[in-house]
Structures are given as C-alpha cells and as structure tokens.
Design a protein around this ligand. Sequence first.
Ligand SMILES: [Zn+2]
Length: 228
Amino acid sequence: MQNSMNIETACQKIIATGHKMVEQKMIAGSWGNLSIKIDTESCAITPSGRAYDSLTAQDIVIIDMTGKKLAGDLIPSSETPLHTAIYKAIPEAQAIVHTHSIYASACAAMHKPIPAVVEDLVQIIGGQVEVAEYALPGTQALADNAVKALQNKKAALLANHGVVCWGTTLEAALMTAEIVEKAAHIYCICETMGGAVLLPDDDIAVMHDFYQQHYSKRQIGKGDETLE
Ligand SMILES: [Zn+2]
C-alpha cells in the first residue's frame, strides 16, 4: 500500500475534525463532508445525512475510488464523486474538506472568485480561488467541474454551493478551508468599502513559493524558517 494510513486513525481524525468544524460554524447539521485517503485504492469518508455532533468513528464509511462501499453500515456522503475525482486527479491530495461556510458560499453564490486580498491566502493557494461551473450537488458533473477549477490549487468554490479544499493532511485541508473562509469574509467587507487593493502577481509567486518550500514544512515540524 502506498501512503497507507491506519483506517481507525483516519476515522478518528475525521470525527475530531468534524466536531471542530461544527464548533467553528464551518458546517451546520449534516452539510459538508470530509475524507482521508487510506491508500491509492480507498478512502474514509463521512456518511450521508448524519449530524456531525452525534457522529462516531464507527459511522465513517470506507469506499474505493469508484465510490463503492468497502466497509461501514451507513451510506457514504452524497458528495462521494467530488472526493474520489479529486483523489484521482491530484495524487498529492491526502485529505479533503468540503464546507458550506458563509462567506465562501457568498462568493460562490455570486460566481465571484476570491481574489488575492490577503497574504495567507496566496501563500497557500498561489492566487485567487476560482469558481467551478455550476452543477447539481452529488453529481459527477459537479466533481469534474471542481477538478477543473482546482487546477493545481488547494481550494475551489462550488457555484451556489460552497467550497472544497484538499491537503496533504486533514489538518492542512481544514486550515486551508479556514484561510479561504477568512479571505472571503475580508473580500466581502472590502467590497462594501470601495474594494481591496490586490497583491501583485510577482509577490504572490514569491510568497507561494516560499510557503511551499519552507513554511508548509515548518507547520508539520520539518522546516526552520518563517515568512513572518
Ligand atoms: Zn455541499
């Protein structure tokens, strides 16, 4: 198994992160979903239609990359095609967070990308967060449009729906979802006050490159430099 993760560990991580996201108001009720890649052939994913506050590790479903259930009693998330499409298209993706957070969803409802308004956003994303073309929830078309909008970035907006982020860990994917939501919030505030001054492309490239080379490693305890 390549990049294999213990199934129990993956399920526990999903539960802990789901509870954290409810506390942060990133998701409400059963909306939004999380997954972790177990290996190249399978992933652990939240079940469909279950509230996060009552979810336990036993409720997490294991599926293969075609969406077929391998283990678990519940039905996998209705957005399973979105998760498997991203894992298939982006081999570095090890975990996915999909939320309906308010300000990112507001931008998605306007079909407006979140531009390069703040440094932490461009450090992680490398530019603006694009909007995927609209498709009905739970469809392969939504998954395909999201992959197209992601390009080589770690987040994309889903038109009239929400946001999807991937990371090399679930913690990293959640952090990206938090940064995207914060940037969307700032962008919405700026729009009411005459508009933000966007970061220049050259500076975005420098910050994104530095983040990838050094800071992201430091966050997982490997690097020794900081951008601040
Ligand atoms: Zn959704």
